[in-house]
Every structure is written in C-alpha cells, then in structure tokens.
Design a protein around this ligand. Structure first.
Ligand SMILES: [Zn+2]
Ligand SMILES: [Zn+2]
Length: 202
C-alpha cells in the first residue's frame, strides 16, 4: 500500500540524461545495448505497473524523437558531469535522418514541412513549418546523365509543376499515387493537401 508520507514517493523528472551506469539497459529506438558510459536519455513512463525511465541512446532519440531531446535540454535534465553534445549537433542528426527517410519514400507523397527553412522548388517561397508539402520527381542532368531528383513544392504549386516539361511525376493517377505513397500520414492531412491541389481536369 502506498505510504501517506509524500516524501517517501520519489518524484522523478520527466527526462534524465546521463552516462549509462551499466551496460544493462537497451535502447528503445535501435534495440541495441547501451554501453556503460555512453550518453543515454531516459523518458519517464508512467504505466499501470509503475513508473520508470525508458532509455534511448541520446543520438538515437535525436534522430527519432527530437522533441523529447529538446524538452530535456530545456529542462536541464542532464545529471551533473554528463558531457552533453550541443543541441545544434543533435538537430543536424535529426535533419539528416529525416532526409534519409524521405528519400526512401516514393514520390509523389505528402509530408509536413519540419522547419520553415526550405523553399518551394516551384515558386521559391518558404514552405512554412507544419504545413503539408508535396514531393514530386524532377528530371535533372549531370553532364550527359539524366536523373530523377525529388523536389518539394507547395500543394498549390503542384498543378504547375506537373505540367512542366522536366516533371517526372505523372499527372495521370496522381491523386491515387499520392494517397498510396502517403499512407503513413493522417488522412486529414492528405485531404487538406489534396484540396489545395487543383489538378487540371480534362
Ligand atoms: Zn540506440
Ligand atoms: Zn510554391
């Protein structure tokens, strides 16, 4: 039974970053063992069977769940003496990982702009963080080689891009292909993006 004394129940912070105290914990992201001394982040889980930290390599967490790493840094969650990499460095890992995941996907697909830094390859305007963007394929030449490269554009710029000569994404069946390739995304986001795409009907 729980004690009435409030001091006896240790309050755990939502995050803890520290050098692993043993080699026994496993990273919940990559499923590999976390070597003693390597920097790990604990994310507090309050479950029906108790409260405790789920551990991740700090770098793995940065790649998969950067929001948690950012929150942990903001809360000064590191135990004293932990050698922390700068947050900027971890952010680069996150961006690289996102890029890699995007490259693995097949165009055309919808996703959500992770930052407000990238410009639409069609109109050259910024794509705002959190808004849907569409990835299409464009043909580019390197010397005498042709290659398809993924480009990101505003939904509102899709129709113009599909009509462009160097566009490698078919306008025929575009909506079906987009839905099929974006199935990991919430349908509401896909619908919202599609509503902004005015395909030329024939
Ligand atoms: Zn890991
Ligand atoms: Zn645009």
């Amino acid at each position: 039974m729980a004690s009435e004394d409030p001091d006896s129940e240790e309050q755990l912070a939502p995050y803890l970053i520290e050098g692993a105290r043993s080699s026994r914990s496993k990273c919940r992201t990559c499923k590999r063992k976390i070597d003693k001394g390597s920097v790990r982040i604990g994310i507090l889980l309050e479950g029906p069977y108790g409260t405790g930290y789920l551990w991740h390599h700090l770098t793995c967490a940065a790649r998969r769940r950067f929001e948690d790493v950012e929150a942990a840094y903001a809360e000064d969650a590191a135990s004293p003496g932990t050698e922390l990499p700068p947050l900027e460095e971890l952010k680069l890992l996150k961006e690289k990982a996102e890029e890699k995941r995007a490259q693995k996907k097949t165009a055309p697909y919808v996703d959500v702009a992770p930052t407000s830094r990238a410009k639409c390859k069609s109109c050259e305007e910024i794509m705002e963080k959190g808004t849907p963007r569409i990835t299409l394929l464009r043909e580019v030449t390197f010397g005498n080689q042709f290659r398809s490269t993924p480009i990101q554009v505003h939904p509102g710029c899709v129709a113009k891009e599909l009509a462009a000569e160097d566009c490698q994404t078919e306008a025929d069946g575009f909506e079906d292909a987009l839905r099929a390739n974006s199935s990991d995304l919430d349908e509401a986001v896909i619908d919202a993006a599609l509503s902004e795409i005015e395909l030329l009907q024939d």
